[in-house]
Write a protein of this length. Structure first.
Length: 90
């Protein structure tokens, strides 16, 4: 596992009112959530980065107003087409 250091000014850390260990966990989660939201990481990879299980990560997404369903327009159209095809078979 790679470790990346991030400098956080004391006043910012003070605003977040957290000790170093909690700040590190929160920043790891925030980064994982944002990378997932941008489509750069899967839920599994983002969960691993945040140090959470996949179900825990998915549950925490709502804390940051991020949907656990992260599909682009093309993927949504493919899902709709597949659903229509299945409905026509029934």
């Amino acid at each position: 596992m790679k470790t990346v250091a991030i400098s956080v000014p004391d006043e910012v850390a003070g605003l977040l009112a957290q000790d170093e260990a909690n700040l590190q966990r929160e920043l790891s989660l925030l980064l994982a959530v944002k990378l997932y939201e941008l489509g750069r990481l899967s839920t599994g990879a983002a969960a691993q980065m945040a140090g959470l299980s996949r179900p825990e990560f998915l549950a925490r997404l709502s804390d940051y107003c991020v949907s656990p369903i992260n599909l682009d327009e093309e993927a949504i159209e493919q899902e709709i087409a597949a659903a229509r095809e299945l409905a026509n078979k029934i």
